[in-house]
Every structure is written in structure tokens, then in C-alpha cells.
Ligand binder design. Structure first.
Ligand code: ZN
Length: 132
């Protein structure tokens, strides 16, 4: 008998979705260090200007984390290296390092600002709870 057991939740559509996620995960890996750039809590998913990108990565396709891109170009990224697009203006879920490069703030200041935001969110939730 070759019948395999599978959980009832694994429909062909669920299997296809799982495979698509695995493919996206592998395509999102940094070409140099294999860190995931587009999944997780500290994304480094961004767009720099084409000239800079092609200088760092002449083949054009693939992804690089901030550290490996900086290693390839031999310097730290600056806000003007990034394209003016929605991907680069939404900071939610992005790594401190990427937000630092996008804004020109130090990573330490980015961490402090995130902590302030987390505290004010918690405070707002507590105030809502107490006023209900
Ligand atoms: Zn890398």
C-alpha cells in the first residue's frame, strides 16, 4: 500500500500555497549571506536606484540584505540611494538597519523611537481598557 497519510487540512490548494511560500522564501534570500530579506519581523526589502543596484549586482535579479549590498558597494547606504516609492516609505516590519539607512537616523535612535511607539501603543490600549 502506498497510501500516505496527510492532514485533512492539506488540500491540493493548501499544498500549492505552501509550495509558493517556500519558493518566495528561497527567492527572498540574500544572494551573499542567505539571510531572508522579505519574511520575518526584520525585513530588508527595499529598492535602491537602478544604477547603484546594477553596480552592486550586475546580473540584476536576486536580493541582497543591507549589509551585503553595502559590502559590495564599499560604503554605507544613504537616504538618497533609495527610490522614492511606497516600499521605501513604509517602515512597518523593517529592520532597524534598513530604517536607519532610509531615514538617515542612527540605528540606536531608530530602536529608541520604536520603543517609544511600542510604549505609547501599550498605554493607549490600557487607557481604552480602563475607559470601557
Ligand atoms: Zn546578506
Amino acid at each position: 500500500m502506498t497510501e500516505t497519510k496527510r492532514p485533512p487540512s492539506m488540500t491540493p490548494r493548501a499544498i500549492a500555497r505552501r509550495e509558493a511560500i517556500a519558493k518566495a522564501r528561497s527567492e527572498g534570500k540574500c544572494l551573499d549571506c542567505s539571510a531572508e530579506t522579505t519574511f520575518g519581523k526584520n525585513d530588508e526589502y527595499y529598492m535602491v536606484h537602478d544604477r547603484l543596484w546594477l553596480r552592486a549586482n550586475p546580473q540584476g535579479h536576486g536580493k541582497l540584505c543591507i549589509g551585503c549590498l553595502e559590502k559590495r558597494i564599499g560604503r554605507t547606504l544613504r537616504p538618497r540611494d533609495f527610490k522614492d516609492c511606497p516600499l521605501n516609505t513604509s517602515f512597518f516590519g523593517k529592520s532597524d538597519r534598513l530604517v536607519s539607512r532610509l531615514t538617515g537616523l542612527t540605528e540606536d535612535l531608530v530602536r529608541q523611537l520604536k520603543a517609544v511607539r511600542a510604549r505609547s501603543t501599550a498605554r493607549a490600549a490600557a487607557i481604552k481598557l480602563l475607559s470601557d
